[in-house]
Write a protein that binds this ligand. Structure first.
Ligand code: MOS
Length: 700
């Protein structure tokens, strides 16, 4: 019983949001804008309305109030609400919602909707004319978004024996979860019930309450499983409000599944970013300072903030650091959080530059990393509650066989003519916690029900919860039922930022420990306990707003860590890059669920390889929007791309962070993979590629 919901998932018994089929279900489809920016002058719905089976066509919804931007006291990453304005802010923006008796009719009718526009000039990437840059700490004066600075980094670099000053370009990318953005919305009396794959049922509930002018107690959001989310499903989506209005007007439940291209154009994505990195070192191999200046794309209407330097300032024990983050406004839907949103690009850039320094020094990159580990948090001066990055490096090097690596780049040839290269990089990710409340019931039949804040998006949170409870109760995990992702059983605050397990498990532990002494008495018995975060945070979570603690706590700082070792082979002639072998060792505190944890790391490494070698959301500077908005043309890693991925864990509990000793794992596991690939490509070929993805064209 190492994966408690695996059997349901493989049998199709696990029902996802859009699997629900309430009686009388009607089906919706969007018509979308064909321009990138401007004003709608007319939407022609005549032909669509005449199609037999069409029940409703909405082009403008008056009764929908703004949901607000999730990072500014609101509930949505896409705070711009289509169908409430004549403005077009990005290509692919919905301009009409068609509801019909069946999905084919709805889709066909939507295709008959025509519109006329007044177009305006637009920018879709960092370098387009009209893209406007703002300094983040001035535009959004919040303490956690301030530029991180300590010591005099520029002077230290100027005075260093060796230095690297380079620019690293990261493309926009899309999380492309297998489960599309989709909802089934039904009114049961005056209660609105939303079935939707979401990481944040509380925001969907409270955001819809605000949009529709309802009391949140009149809305339930049910999201037992997600087919991947990766940040794209972390808030109220902009299709859900219109769907609720349509369902109310029709008096029927309504289902909408966005198409894959629509999901690419409506969902949040990893924005384009550019990283100017400076690193200095002395001849002995001590890093003297790091400078990280980053530009990140945002939308015209929202400032999606960046926290690249939270991690780039803490990869090493440097005495000086200067960060500067700018946001560049472009005419796209608002970008958002996508697995290791800032940590992956930041670590790729810094780990590339540090690798470059190692060659200038003639020093093994592994030795350089070990010589520059941090003994305390360089930003705050506080101790780390745990930091086992050197152990990750040593164990990974041993597993990988790093000592057999020839030092000289471009010197290692396979008998088939391929160039072989080995690269190493580290990653870090903040260990945050959010309020969670668990309710545990012991039933007379020997089963247990555990309801808690959390969402299951494939990471295995039910397994982690059931395994902990089973151990503490000395019970068979098969007797434990776990309720997550459902506002009827718990608040369901946002599950993201790799804080899910570290937040839910301490609450479950507290409740189970309180329950245990009562097991000899009359059953059923129920107890409720929180994970100990302040009551004010629990209250804020109930309002659907984001609240979190860490990674800087009162007396310590906590991050998760990982080390990746990658082998690449660059084929002769074609210059195709293959990755036959990866070794990854993670420090995530205690490993709560060994089987799902190892899967998390393998998935993250697979994604890291895709980010390094495949994924590039192509923008069209002529017409706007994204060109390759399908899974055919937006290539993600598939089985054929994946070689051997060996995973290990340090597995040392961090009891300062919480009594279960768990930190986060899902995102840190991806951080550094792209750096290790870039560094391996350099070791194989002697060519330093400072953009992603690295393609064979870069090596011809
Ligand atoms: Mo994650 S990108 O914090 O949902």
């Amino acid at each position: 019983m190492s994966r408690v919901d695996a059997r349901d998932k493989v049998r199709g018994a696990a029902l996802y949001g859009s699997d629900q089929v309430p009686d009388g279900l009607a089906h919706a489809a969007f018509a979308t804008a064909t321009i990138d920016r401007g004003q709608i002058t007319e939407v022609d719905t005549t032909r669509a309305s005449e199609v037999p089976g069409v029940r409703l066509v909405l082009t403008h919804i008056d009764e929908l109030r703004p949901a607000g931007f999730v990072m500014g006291g609101g509930f949505a990453v896409q705070s711009f609400q289509p169908l409430t304005t004549d403005r077009i802010a990005y290509k692919g923006q919905p301009i009409a919602l068609v509801v019909a008796d069946d999905p084919v009719t709805a889709t066909y009718a939507a295709s008959l909707i025509g519109a006329t526009y007044v177009t305006e000039p637009f920018a879709v990437s960092l370098d387009d004319p009209g893209a406007t840059a703002v300094v983040q700490e001035e535009a959004i004066p919040l303490p956690f978004l301030k530029d991180i600075k300590f010591g005099d980094a520029d002077a230290a670099i100027a005075g260093s024996d060796v230095r690297v000053e380079q620019t690293y370009d990261h493309p926009p990318q899309n999380p492309a979860p297998m489960e599309l953005l989709a909802s089934v919305v039904e009114w049961r009396g005056d209660t609105l019930v939303v079935h939707e794959g979401t990481q944040n049922a509380a925001a969907v509930r409270n955001g819809l309450a605000q949009q529709l002018g309802l009391d949140a107690s009149k809305i339930e959001v049910i999201s037992p499983y997600l087919g991947g989310a990766f940040g794209q499903k972390n808030s109220l989506q902009n299709h859900t409000g219109p769907l609720a209005v349509a369902a109310r007007r029709l008096g029927r439940p309504v289902k909408l599944v966005l198409t894959r291209p629509q999901t690419f154009h409506s969902g949040s994505f990893r924005p384009q970013s550019r990283h100017r990195i400076k690193v200095g070192a002395d001849r002995g191999g001590r890093l003297t300072a790091i400078v990280h200046e980053a530009d990140q794309q945002t939308s015209r209407h929202d400032l999606f903030p960046a926290t690249f330097t939270e991690v780039s300032s803490r990869l090493y024990g440097v005495p000086a650091f200067r960060g500067r983050q700018r946001l560049v406004q472009t005419d796209v839907q608002t970008p958002g959080y996508m697995r290791a949103p800032f940590e992956h690009p930041a670590a790729w850039a810094v780990e590339s530059a540090v690798d470059e320094i190692s060659y200038q020094l003639g020093m093994d990159p592994l030795e350089l990393k070990l010589a520059n580990d941090a003994t305390h948090d360089p930003v705050t001066g506080l101790p780390f509650s745990s930091r086992h990055v050197s152990e990750c490096l040593r164990r990974g090097a041993e597993m990988f066989g790093w000592s057999r690596r020839p030092a000289r780049p471009g010197s290692w040839l396979d008998p088939d003519g391929a160039q072989i290269g080995w690269g190493v990089a580290i990653g870090a990710y903040p260990a945050s916690m959010t309020p969670a409340v668990a309710r545990v019931t012991a039933n007379a039949d020997g089963t247990f029900q555990i309801d808690v804040d959390g969402h299951e998006m494939g990471q295995g949170i039910r397994s982690a919860i059931a395994l902990l409870a089973a151990e503490l109760l000395e019970a068979d995990p098969a007797l434990i039922r776990v309720g997550v992702g459902d506002t009827r059983v718990a608040t369901q605050h946002l599950t993201a930022g790799s804080w899910g397990t570290a937040s839910a498990l301490p609450a479950v532990r507290a409740a189970v420990l309180e329950l245990r002494p009562q097991l000899g008495g009359t059953l059923p018995v129920t107890v409720t306990a929180s994970n100990g975060l302040p009551e004010a945070m629990v209250e804020r979570a109930r309002t659907g707003l984001v609240t979190l603690a860490g990674p800087v706590y009162d007396s310590f700082v906590t991050f998760s860590y990982v080390a990746h070792f990658v082998e690449v082979r660059v084929e002769k002639g074609t210059r195709r890059i293959r990755v036959p072998r990866v070794v990854s060792v993670a420090d995530c505190g205690a490993v709560a669920s060994p089987v799902t944890a190892a899967s998390q790391v393998r998935g993250a490494v697979t994604w890291g390889l895709g980010a390094a070698l495949r994924e590039h959301l192509e923008v069209d500077s002529r017409y706007g929007g994204f060109v390759n908005a399908t899974l055919e043309e937006y290539p993600v890693s598939v089985n054929a791309d994946i070689g051997q991925i060996d995973v290990d864990f340090i597995d040392k509990p961090d009891y300062q962070l919480n009594p279960v000793g768990v930190k986060g794992l899902g995102e840190v596991s991806m951080v550094g993979v792209a750096g290790a690939v870039s560094n391996a490509v350099f070791h194989a070929t002697g060519r330093r590629i400072r953009k992603l993805p690295i393609t064979l064209a870069d090596l011809l």
